[in-house]
Design a protein around this ligand. Structure first.
Ligand SMILES: Nc1ncnc2c1ncn2[C@@H]1O[C@H](COP(=O)(O)OP(=O)(O)OP(=O)(O)O)[C@@H](O)[C@H]1O
Ligand SMILES: [Mg+2]
Length: 249
């Protein structure tokens, strides 16, 4: 469904992503883990062309893109097929929950207001927020805001959802409800690429885990391969910080 070859990204004169190869199958849940500053967010941003790699190729659904020759039309097409969920939710503060979920459907997808309304109700029901339609984001908890942003992502029926550390801005007691919602999304068969520091969750939910280090894919495999059997010293060193006497991945 998604296949990237030889992606190179340079920002501010530095090579941020170096020769990235990555593929995601339809319906697959793939987690990206790795140290801070390693390029995980940048990689997600390349997939919907929020960043412009200077070389590489990507096949998405049945279209092939040459990163060095991206047109405005390519950008629009790709952004219609992808949805991103950010650490900081990125909801419009001056719009209600319902308006936030309807926005892209009406403005980008050109759906009728009625169709967008019906779809929004459906998605908000799924994330358990059908009763908050008229609330403004400031009146919601962080967990609720993140669930609105997940409903907004689902409402455009993307081919893939890109999650960038969706729980790291949340108070610990609110993390569970968001992980629960993401698990439901995964169960529905959605293709997911997830950047996370929640190792136990990544192990549990993923079909495949990719460990990135220093702008490169260092190792990838099943959750067992990475969390239990990795022989790669960098992977092992990264994971060791998540082991404590009372917590085993
Ligand atoms: N606009 C920019 N100009 C120059 N360097 C940048 C820019 N944006 C990001 N970087 C650098 O790119 C590298 C990768 O950043 P990125 O945000 O992708 O890392 P990350 O793996 O998502 O980290 P974290 O886990 O902290 O979110 C970092 O070294 C960062 O400083
Ligand atoms: Mg990041």
């Amino acid at each position: 469904m998604l296949n990237i070859e030889n992606l190179l990204l340079r920002l501010g004169g530095n090579d941020i992503l170096k020769n990235i190869d990555l593929s995601v199958e339809s319906g697959e849940v793939v987690s990206l883990i790795g140290p801070s500053g390693t390029g995980k967010t940048s990689l997600l941003r390349c997939i919907n062309l929020l960043e412009a790699p200077y070389a590489g190729r990507m096949t998405f659904e049945n279209d092939t893109y040459d990163f060095s020759k991206i047109s405005q039309r390519d950008k629009l097409r790709l952004r219609r097929q992808t949805a991103m969920v950010f650490q900081q939710y990125n909801l419009f503060k001056n719009k209600t929950v319902l308006e936030n979920v309807m926005e892209a459907q009406v403005l980008v997808q050109k759906k009728s207001k009625q169709a967008a309304y019906d779809e929004s109700l459906d998605q908000l029901e799924k994330v358990g927020l059908r009763n908050k339609l008229d609330s403004y984001p400031a009146r919601l908890s962080g967990g609720q805001q993140q669930r609105v942003s997940i409903a907004r992502a689902l409402a455009v029926h993307p081919s893939v959802i890109l999650f960038d550390e969706p729980t790291s801005a949340l108070d610990p007691e609110l993390v569970g409800e968001v992980l629960h919602t993401i698990r439901d999304v995964a169960k529905s068969g959605m293709t997911i690429l997830l950047v996370t520091h929640e190792m136990r969750f990544a192990k549990d939910i993923s079909d495949r885990v990719i460990f990135m280090d220093n702008g490169q894919v260092e190792e990838q495999g099943t959750p067992e391969d990475i969390f239990n059997r990795s022989q790669n010293p960098r992977t092992r060193q990264f994971l060791s910080q998540f082991y404590t006497p009372n917590f085993e991945i």
